[in-house]
Design a protein around this ligand. Structure first.
Ligand code: MN
Length: 239
């Protein structure tokens, strides 16, 4: 049983619902997608697994970020407690329906739409956590660690199996791949995740990054895109 309440019975003000805008075309009303949870897939591209020093024979795995880590603004603060912040551009899946033990055949029926996002990572803290076998929370789940574009409904873009995914820093291309190179496809990710968690409407899934991750500096301008899905540009605040 989930613990629920209403605003009147809470001893402090409930948090504002984190939301991501839905992409609109001229004349359409602006609407938001309310975020329930953010799941992330680790090492879902073989080239990236290799660049991180891991074997690409190990299957991908999951971690998470808090729902209010989403940031849809043009400016992100450079986070504290790191001197090695990395970008990881990723296709993001937004679920409109939930489910448990979903089959790969049914998985895409859960999808509301798609976006492009960046799994910002404090790589120095992640390296220390890996070495000591500690959790990745401070490396991955910090404030504003999930910059994300508007969500494009699948009714407009269908379910992409192949699309260019790119990220440039100050105009220099750093990551360039195709989403068809993911080790686990979107249906496989949804099916596997639904064995561990009851998926809910509002869940976002960051599907993993291709190779080319690198260090970001204060003042950098990051531009990324999944072709046919969306693009995102933001700056890292200077101080
Ligand atoms: Mn990632």
């Amino acid at each position: 049983m989930r613990t629920t309440g209403n605003a009147q019975s809470c001893v402090i003000d409930p948090m504002a619902q984190p939301c991501v805008p839905v992409a609109v075309t001229t004349g359409e009303k602006r609407q938001n997608f309310p975020v329930h949870r953010i799941y992330c897939v680790g090492r879902n591209y073989a080239e990236h697994a290799r660049e991180m020093g891991a074997s690409d024979k190990e299957p991908p795995f999951f971690f998470s970020k808090p729902a209010d880590a989403v940031n849809t603004g043009r400016s992100m603060p450079y986070p504290p407690m790191t001197e090695n912040l990395h970008h990881e551009v990723e296709l993001v899946v937004a679920l409109g329906t939930g489910g448990r033990n979903v089959s790969t055949e049914d998985a895409l029926t859960l999808v509301y739409g798609y976006a492009v996002g960046v799994d910002l990572t404090r790589r120095d803290l992640q390296a220390a956590a890996k070495e000591k076998g500690r959790p990745w929370t401070t490396a991955k789940g910090f404030d504003h660690s999930a910059p994300i574009s508007a969500i494009l409904p699948a009714s407009r873009c269908a379910h992409p199996e192949s699309a260019a995914i790119t990220l440039a820093v100050n105009g220099e291309l750093r990551q360039q791949a195709d989403i068809r190179d993911m080790i686990w496809s979107v249906p496989e990710i949804i099916a596997e995740l639904s064995r561990y968690f009851e998926l809910m409407p509002g869940d976002l899934i960051f599907t993993g990054t291709p190779s080319g991750v690198s260090k970001l500096q204060r003042g950098d301008r990051i531009a990324c895109e999944v072709s046919g899905i969306g693009s995102l540009v933001f700056e890292l605040a200077g101080s």
